[in-house]
Design a protein around this ligand. Sequence first.
Ligand SMILES: [Zn+2]
Length: 446
Amino acid sequence: MTAYHAAWAWLGGDDLVAHVTIVEEGGAIIEVTTEGPTPHDAVRLEGVVLPGLVNAHSHAFHRALRHRTHGDGGDFWRWRETMLRVAGRLDPDNLAELATAVFAGMALTGITTVAEFHYVHHDVDGDLYRDPNAMGHALVDAAHQAGIRIVLVDTCYLRGGFDAPLEGVPRRFGDGDAERWAERVDLLRRFYREDPMVRIGTAAHSVRTVPPEALQTVVGYAASNGMPFHIHLSEQTAENEAALAATGRSPTQLLHEAGGLGPGTAVVHATHLEPADVARLGHAGVNVVACPTTEADLGDGLGPFIELATAGATLAVGTDQQVSMDLFAEARGIEHHDRLRLRRRGVHSPAALAAAATVGGARAVGTMQRGIAVGAPCDLAVVDPGAPTLAGWSPSDGIAGIVFGGSAYAVTDVVVAGRRIVEAGAHHRFDDVVARIDRAVRAVLA
Ligand SMILES: [Zn+2]
């Protein structure tokens, strides 16, 4: 049992609360008090304590692309060619090195759970590794090393496009059909059944790459096993146009017809939607994972986030292609995208944006985290109010300062399952996270 004393904590709403004692036992919060004496042996967290940040959409290996795609111009599809070249260089060993470094880097930024959207399953010829989940295990091991929770979102990816087979590097992504995908995922579920730090999730890469019958199989598999289901949705207008040309339907309609809309579903990006799509997604209570720095970097466009939230969707955020590894930037990016699109300010409340990076993300990835509350996992991130970007603000001013002035670099301490994995800005296991990322990126690109 450990008691933590937070100088300030965010317990929901727009205000921060002073002097909060959080007691954990066995990795879960068993008591939260805001009055009375602090236990004499409490561990003092001298900052603003937030629920651990949840990164609801990540491709760890995309970190190797940062700094390397800007001079080539073009659009998303041009970027994708470079991404596929990097995907073609991965193996279980270099992926483990890279993901360990990247996840340790995420831990330093306050991320306590990562949903890794994983589709590079097989070897460069598309053949199974001796262990068909060798790449998935590499990612889980990386999260273990880094000390954070992982939701391994195992992704079904079956074709190159509406009328195109898998060719070249994407052959690595394919299991042949949805039944074989499910058999492989069964092995993962059994393997990690007893591991409280691991959850196996499901995904279809997109309606472009998974045909309707297979989409139905994936959705059904997720539902019957109580697993989260994720999908990239309408990130590009070209996807909408191709869906319309091939099927006469929007991607959202296709997902709806496959039975894929519900509170256990997370749609990633949801950028180019018709009003009918927005209504349908909201009515179903889906989760929407916004990745604003990636969407800006790739020139995707501006998604209708406030419309989705108003219609009933829950917002979450992800670092996606790791162009930035800062969920504070992603959370305010939701607001900034809507401001740019609607040309007005104050679209979302600061509390709603903070929720997107914490409890909203937890809902999207299907974990039990629901803030600093009794019964929730004891996952915490501590922000230093003395950080340079917060100068002039004090915690009594409320959560808005953290949302609009906070930064990954302001995080000092991180607790996962009751254990401190980052203390005073240092990772408990690795003292060389930056050098590790550097080495691992170079190893993949060599
Ligand atoms: Zn993605």
